[in-house]
Structure formats: C-alpha cells, structure tokens
Design a protein around this ligand. Structure first.
Ligand SMILES: [Zn+2]
Length: 139
C-alpha cells in the first residue's frame, strides 16, 4: 500500500501537464515499512526522460540520476520508494515496457494526462510477474 502527501500528488500533476505531450518521470522519496508493505511518499524528485526518440510513449532513467537521487534521499535519511511517470493520452495502466523494468517492493505511480490536463492516476506494485493496483491513502 502507498501513503502519499497531497502536495506531492499536486506536484506530479503539474509536472505531467507541463511535460505534455511527452512522458515525464521521477522518483518517489520517503520510507518503507517492509513488515506491513507500506510505502510512504514525502517528496517527488523529477528527472529527465532520457528517451528522446519515443518520449511520447516511453521513458528511460539514467542510472546516474538514480544514484544522484539515492544520495539526495540518503542525506535526509529517506529512500527511493518508487517511480512515477505519465501516460500522455493513454490510460493510467502499466505497459509491457513498464512491466519489464519494474522491481519488487517499489510503487509505480502512473498518471494519465489527457489533452494536456492531468486525469486519473493509480499506483501499482509487482505481484509475481504482474502488476497489481495498490491501495492509496492521501496524507
Ligand atoms: Zn508507462
């Protein structure tokens, strides 16, 4: 399950609208309660979408950005708990590509941006080899 600050959701929506018609992406920063499988998101850290050829329907994160954000979170005694990205003019459901790069114990927020306006969003987690929608609580 995911707990996320309302302000963070607002930021992600703003970033998604600003980045439209391209996919934007970033890291969810906070902490993880492994015993109860609860991830809490306190901050969103946007990084560049490295996929320039198909930025309208693919995203790619530079491993250097991953290390940079991990370091940033560590300094605040926080960690990366997930990744968010947008689906311009597509539903808030993970694609096959999203599934291929997904890792366990992480939350994947997908925000649909329709005609430049933030629309629905959901959070997903890996369940075996598939994505399962997870419960979200706004804090
Ligand atoms: Zn996607």
């Amino acid at each position: 399950m995911l707990r996320i600050k309302k302000e963070v959701v607002k930021q992600i929506k703003e970033q998604g609208e600003k980045g439209y018609p391209y996919e934007i992406c970033g890291f969810l920063i906070g902490d993880i309660d492994y015993a109860n499988n609860v991830r809490t998101v306190l901050e969103a850290y946007q990084v560049e979408n490295r996929n320039k050829e198909r930025a309208n329907d693919r995203f790619e994160i530079d491993p250097k950005d991953y290390l940079k954000v991990e370091d940033y979170a560590g300094k605040k005694s926080l960690m990366i708990v997930g990744i968010y990205h947008t689906h311009p003019d597509h539903p808030d459901r993970p694609s096959q590509t999203d599934l291929r790069f997904a890792q366990p114990d992480m939350s994947y927020i997908i925000l649909s941006v329709k005609e430049g306006k933030a629309d629905r969003w959901r959070s997903w987690e890996l369940d075996g080899n598939e994505f399962k929608e997870e419960k979200v609580e706004l804090i």
